[in-house]
Design a protein around this ligand. Sequence first.
Ligand code: A3P
Length: 326
Amino acid sequence: KDWVGYPKGLVRVTPGRWLFTAAYTKFADKYYNFKFKQSDVVVNTWPKCGTTWVQEIVWTMTNNPDLNHPMADLPVVIRSPFLEFDMLIDGHDLAASEDNPLVLGFQAVCPGKNPADGIMLQISESASDPRIIKTHLPLSLLSPSLLDTAKVVYVARNPKDVLVSYCHHSRILKMHGYMGSFEDFVQYFVDDDLLYSPYWLHVKEAWEKRHHPNMHFIFYEDLKTDVLGELNKLNTFLDTKLTEDQLNNIVKHTSYSEMKVRNVLGADINDSSIFYPDITSTDGGFFRKGETGDWKSKLTPELEAKVDSWISKNAEDIDISFKYSL
Ligand code: A3P
């Protein structure tokens, strides 16, 4: 009853593990067998870890280094497709409506193709090179040859800020339609009962591959502290050879304030077919705060203790350290 946005419910796939929408099973093989190219960059994250920020950074570095690309103002999802978006929109009006920008985009990019085979999946296939593909799917559910073929940028964020950001995200978007309390959401999180759970398994799979030459691991908190330094590392990893001036301009172009003003998401937070405007008008839209440490204003001492004990239990077998404040 807490979720009204998953009309066909959530399913636990690969027993005891990932929680996805029921439509995942329809597309699972296609996701697993998706053919990556050498020029692809995959932005891989658990939800709310800074995906959109890094997509915009990577897309701009690779496709728009001089900030003059004619399509730069299109929604990020059109420029940098979200591989498994079809499993999220399955059963929603969005997938069916003929005049939806996504459907129109699909018709333009994939003429003659059948939307039932996956709108975003086929946009991902047809995107122009170099493709910057977003996915929240864990590495184990993507092609085993992914890292030997394409480059992967994995973004991780401390789980307390992720939890606060994810609760907000799940409340404002009809696609999720979370109607429960914050306290219950915390419980869902620590019980690995949220879409894309378990958080820790996702991070661990990527962390294990962090030394692979085609894997670049980034922390949201490091981007917050030294974004230019992180762009310099990306410049090396992506082999983009951008100048310091270009990188500085991209830092500004992808700053929280500029991305919010440009509305990189492309959806109007007052649009009641996508959002709950009564919530976005008071609590903010997709660009909520963009800070590290905001969890302190949301987690009571009891909730913090609950999350801390979950973190200690799960962090036992991973030598990763998150920053919870800057
Ligand atoms: P908050 O909800 O804490 O504000 P994702 O893209 O993975 O869904 O992550 C969204 C989170 O990243 C949101 O966090 C959002 O505000 C933040 N974010 C988006 N663009 C950002 C930017 N340019 N700088 C800092 N944070 C950004």
